[in-house]
Design a protein around this ligand. Structure first.
Ligand SMILES: Cc1ncc(COP(=O)(O)O)c(C=O)c1O
Length: 301
């Protein structure tokens, strides 16, 4: 089953099976890359704000994590990364589109190539690829130090089955295999993955529904005075409540009392006044926007 899943992933991505590494979610792919960095004595170089959980794991196993700041539009300036003088033992980690900002932080393949030329192992996390259509996958043909990270947790909705994968050169994939657990995923997860990949039309129809709903929610959010929703190429939207002085935690608590769960970022100084909402069904999105409007409206009198 494992081999069949690998073949299905290879076909989906138009690569060879040898270019595919499967693990229990993108999370475990990232962990395998981090363990390699640990062995080589390398650092992880990344940016803020970004998805923190894999980096917490890296810190817990004593890997040094260096951050640069995204600019005011949440874009990455590669000079900031290059100034840290990345070496072959280091990992440069880029999530694109980024979580939780939802945007493309690095759009130019020339800039990507500059990062790759540093010799560091570059992680390009594309777990939201099916929503964004944005990938640097084709660069694995020419760069041995690029690892594309994907997941079936998002567009394929298999988060509980834990199926993630990496795409990379044959040499890199075979090296990374040494840092995985011996049996990476259960057979039942492999079957779920194969089944999901056998009906791409279904996945695409769900993705286009999510995108339609995201655009609808965005237009509703744009009508609410004083808040800033950020353009997103994912299945969520980051919203700043800073101009109306509402902290993310305050809005989180209000929404939670009313049965709606969003994310907030108390430990990320630039996002203290932000919430991140996942795109739901129309009726769920309507409940969310109604609650948000009523809270903001009450404050404004
Ligand atoms: C950017 C990013 N990378 C990785 C993951 C982990 O995905 P998985 O469920 O495949 O481990 C997530 C999950 O939210 C994510 O947002």
């Amino acid at each position: 089953m494992y081999r069949k899943l690998k073949e299905a992933i290879a076909t989906y991505n138009d690569v060879e099976s040898d270019n595919v590494l499967i693990d229990a979610g993108a999370t475990n792919i990232l962990h395998a890359v981090f363990v390699r960095a640990k062995k080589l004595g390398g650092r992880i170089i990344t940016y803020r704000p970004t998805f923190p959980y894999p980096l917490e794991y890296a810190k817990n196993i004593d890997i040094q994590v260096r951050y640069v700041d995204l600019d005011h539009e949440f874009k990455l300036n590669i000079e900031d990364i290059l100034q840290l003088n990345p070496k072959e033992s280091d990992v440069i980690m880029i999530i694109n589109p980024n979580n939780p900002t939802g945007n493309i932080v690095l759009g130019s393949s020339n800039y990507m190539k500059e990062l790759l030329s540093s010799g560091a192992l570059v992680i390009h996390d594309e777990v939201y690829f099916e929503f964004s259509g944005f990938t640097f996958k084709d660069l694995i043909r020419n760069y041995d130090n690029l690892v594309i990270v994907r997941s079936l947790s998002k567009a394929f909705a298999l988060a509980g089955f834990r199926v993630g994968y990496a795409l990379g050169s044959r040499e890199l994939i075979s090296e990374l295999r040494n840092y995985q657990q011996y049996y990476p995923i259960p057979t039942v997860s492999a079957i779920a993955g194969i089944t999901a990949l056998s009906d791409l039309d279904y996945m695409k129809s769900i993705v286009s529904e999510v995108i339609k709903e995201r655009e609808w929610l965005m237009s509703m959010l744009n009508e609410v005075e004083g808040i800033i929703p950020y353009e997103s190429l994912t299945n969520f939207i980051l919203i700043s409540l800073k101009d109306i002085g509402i902290k993310g935690e305050e809005m989180f608590n209000y929404l939670k009392q009313n049965g709606v769960y969003v994310s907030y970022y108390p430990h990320e100084p630039r996002l203290t006044y932000c919430i991140r909402v996942s795109i739901g069904l129309r009726e769920e999105n309507e409940i969310f926007i109604k609650l948000l409007k009523s809270y903001v409206g009450r404050l404004r009198g």
